[in-house]
Design a binder for this molecule. Structure first.
Ligand SMILES: *Cc1c(COP(=O)(O)O)cnc(C)c1O
Length: 235
């Protein structure tokens, strides 16, 4: 554990530095960019150690895993997001527990989040997930369908759309994802400029371990970093 913690502290500081540098290059300040740690497969004591270093946002992918760790996260110092694919029938298990759901890609899912939020007397912030690479296997709504989705969900009770999220095609070549990041940023700016009722475009969540630097240069203001912080995952 000692060794692991030292590695994580080193990684954390390095990521912080790179985020600061990219922010500056993008004409922004460090505090304009949110560093969220993707915590799938990571033990809760390790997550809490990262929180003790100053990490303020964590994101889980699986409902079951989130629930099994939930009572032990140090959530007095960090905010919990859901970032994975979410089935409607599991929504009730996480509403009230997570501060934001990043992966909303259908009217059905948004409706269920709204229904459960109303029932629990909470408001749930959401991002619309865009399938920017138009991959068959990926969740997310197609770019050209984003407006239609927003239009249908904007008046749902107890949910607030806060922005967009994407997971571009997997490749170990950050440059290749630039066109997807740029396309996302254009959609984000276009929606912002339309000033739609009940829709705010505060968060553009894109960029992971391999490409968070490039994502920030392309307009991301939230990056989701897993393996560069915690080390490679062994499933
Ligand atoms: C795992 C995951 C990440 C982080 O991936 P890394 O490449 O390990 O940084 C980001 N976003 C989502 C939705 C993830 O599932």
């Amino acid at each position: 554990m000692e060794k692991l913690f030292r590695d994580i502290e080193y990684n954390y500081n390095l990521i912080e530095e790179r985020i600061s540098e990219a922010a500056l290059k993008a004409g922004k300040k460090r505090e304009d960019i949110t560093f969220l740690a993707a915590t799938k497969t990571v033990d809760v004591e390790v997550i809490n150690y990262a929180i003790s270093l100053g990490l303020k946002y964590i994101g889980e992918n699986k409902v079951q895993e989130l629930l099994s760790k939930y009572d032990n996260y140090n959530l007095s110092d960090a905010s919990l997001h859901f970032i994975g694919h979410l089935q409607s029938n599991k929504v009730r298990q996480i509403v009230g527990k997570v501060d934001l759901i990043q992966s909303v890609d259908s009217v059905k899912l948004a409706k269920e989040i709204s229904r459960q939020s109303l029932k629990n007397n909470v408001n749930t912030d959401i991002l619309v997930e865009v399938n920017i690479g138009e991959e068959e296997s990926k969740s997310g709504v197609k770019a050209e369908m984003v407006y239609e989705l927003l239009d249908e969900i904007k008046n749902f009770d107890n949910i607030s759309v806060k922005g967009l999220m994407c997971i571009p095609p997997i490749c170990n070549c950050p440059q290749k994802n630039l066109k997807f990041f740029t396309k996302m940023n254009n959609i984000f700016i276009d929606i912002s400029s339309k000033k739609l009722d009940n829709i705010s475009m505060d968060i553009l969540s894109m960029g992971m371990s391999a490409d968070y630097y490039e994502a920030i240069l392309s307009g991301a203001n939230m990056v989701r970093v897993g393996s560069s912080l915690f080390g490679a995952r062994n499933y």
